[in-house]
Ligand binder design. Structure first.
Ligand code: SAH
Ligand code: SF4
Ligand code: F3S
Length: 471
């Protein structure tokens, strides 16, 4: 049994990183048994779930969307805000009931929630029916744990890791777009954030391994890769091999894969060299997610974000000036401890100033073990709710405005799937990451086509394929 520990998770003493290949061969002991998997949280978790799916299917499991039919339930959890946790506990209630009806059911919980010691304590004390609790640093052990058929609850959660796994296999959700991890963990310690504790210290994959993965995806017909890291701009800093994110991005661009994206960029590490590379290559999409968090310098300081609004604006202008047709989106937290009305007004002002293409807004949620959780927070919940409503109205007005600017224009769209809302249509994203529902059939999936925009809403566009007519 290995239990999480926040002191170890906080440790940033640099040890040498080991690169280790994972085992990917398992016998299908569970042939045709069913798995039910739910994923919460960010793209990193979504990509981890693709690894989990690979393991489950290598063991013989097949997917089901009906919880009641499952032989194994896996919940890949998130810890970023309290509401992410509430959703998991909702499922656990149903799992407990099912386990009573079927004692052979295997219940597994993994992801960021179980990297938190107090959460694991609760699971240990009150949720003994959960069979496997496994952390974010050792997902590779999941198949062995499932095969062991433990007589009692097994907890394997490490708090930090100096290992970067290679040769990881995924059952990818899409045949068109793929996620690629470039860094794991985060060393920034923004005072509100649990991620540095749940994902450990920042460590980069070696460039040659990433490029090889891009090449393989390209050879298999993938049209788009998204490079993943909590802070992609810090890529390479821990390696001391003389290369950084700009170098990596350029090498990925030179593979010729049609579309490249990356998330998330931290304003603090964003260099001019990176902007120049983004501007130089047509296959690097003109879309940058650049979380600002607050419009107030005082709050940014308390958040330990390491930039001022003046610096953010300077970076924003450089990006807009150099990267043609670029879309910039952001994240904003409302109601951070000590946020005054004037601080909040400054947030509204920066949104008006930048006119973000889109913004993800969150009410601050205290996380056990983070520095901000100890700061006095006197703003009542109702006031925070009023503020976020006002902010969302503003943010949405700019989303609509940026979408309306595309009306009547023709834009390139990578078609990815059948439209969720209308199965007679397909959908995909523009180079600037705007969702478009397109009139057309599934033969368009996997293609980058020119689309004329015929309608613009706050969160999506409608369009028709622009067919070239040869006279
Ligand atoms: N690594 C990324 C973001 C990770 S979390 C970055 O640094 O930008 C995604 C977003 O969740 C953050 O940008 C922040 O806006 C929000 N968030 C993180 N912790 C939060 C908390 N405790 N309460 C509310 N929102 C939070
Ligand atoms: Fe969290 Fe800050 Fe790291 Fe992003 S950069 S993951 S917000 S600590
Ligand atoms: Fe959540 Fe962990 Fe991602 S806390 S946002 S799943 S890194």
């Amino acid at each position: 049994m290995n239990l999480p520990d926040l002191c170890i998770a906080r440790d940033r003493i640099k040890k040498e990183i080991k690169y280790q290949n994972v085992n990917t061969k398992f016998s299908p002991l569970f042939k045709d048994k069913k798995y039910f998997l739910r994923t919460y949280g960010c793209q990193m978790n979504v990509h981890d779930s693709e690894e989990i799916k690979f393991y489950l299917e290598a063991l013989g499991f097949v997917p089901t969307d009906t919880l009641e039919q499952a032989d194994i339930v896996v919940l890949n959890t998130c810890a970023i805000r309290e509401n992410a946790k509430d959703k998991v506990y909702g499922y656990l209630g149903r799992c407990k009931h099912l386990k009573k009806l079927n004692p052979n059911l295997i219940i597994c919980i993994c992801g960021c929630l179980v990297q938190q010691p107090h959460e694991v304590e609760t699971l240990k004390e009150k949720h003994q029916y959960i069979d496997i609790i496994i952390g974010t640093h050792n997902l590779n052990e999941l198949p062995e744990l499932i095969m062991k058929k433990m007589p009692k609850q097994t907890i394997e959660v490490y708090s930090n890791s100096d290992i970067v796994f290679e040769n990881v296999k995924y059952k990818r959700d899409s045949k068109v777009c793929a996620w690629i991890n470039i860094t794991y963990g985060c060393d920034k310690f923004c005072t509100y954030c649990i991620v540095p504790f749940t994902r450990g210290r920042e460590r980069s994959r070696k460039m040659e391994n990433i490029i090889q993965e891009v090449q393989e995806l390209k050879n298999n017909g993938y049209q788009e890769v998204t490079l993943l890291g909590q802070n992609v701009n810090a890529y390479g800093n821990d390696l001391n091999l003389g290369y950084d994110f700009a170098t990596l991005l350029e090498k990925v661009a030179q593979t010729g894969i049609p579309r490249i994206r990356f998330v998330t960029s931290h304003p603090w590490n964003f260099t001019d060299k990176m902007i120049d590379v983004i501007a130089k290559y047509d296959n690097i999409m003109p879309y940058i997610h650049l979380p600002i968090q607050s419009g107030s310098d005082a709050i940014l300081k308390k958040m330990n974000r390491r930039y001022t609004i003046a610096e953010y604006k300077e970076l924003f202008h450089k990006i807009k000036a150099k990267v043609k047709n670029v879309a910039v989106t952001t994240d904003i937290i409302v109601g951070f401890p000590g946020e005054t009305d004037a601080d909040f007004k400054a947030t509204l002002d920066i949104v008006k100033y930048c006119e973000f293409d889109n913004a993800f807004t969150f009410i601050y949620s205290p996380r056990v073990g983070t520095a901000a959780a100890l700061m006095p927070d006197e703003t009542p919940k109702e006031v925070k709710e009023e503020k976020i409503k006002e902010l969302n109205n503003l943010v949405n007005s700019y989303s609509l405005k940026s979408n309306q600017a595309l009306l009547g224009k023709t834009v390139p769209v990578l078609v990815t799937e059948i439209s969720e809302k209308d199965n007679t249509k397909v959908c995909g994203y523009t180079d600037t990451m705007k969702l478009v529902n397109i009139e057309g059939g599934k033969d368009l999936i996997g293609k980058i086509i020119d689309v004329e925009i015929t309608a613009a809403k706050s969160f999506s566009l409608d369009g028709i394929p622009k067919i070239k007519v040869n006279n």
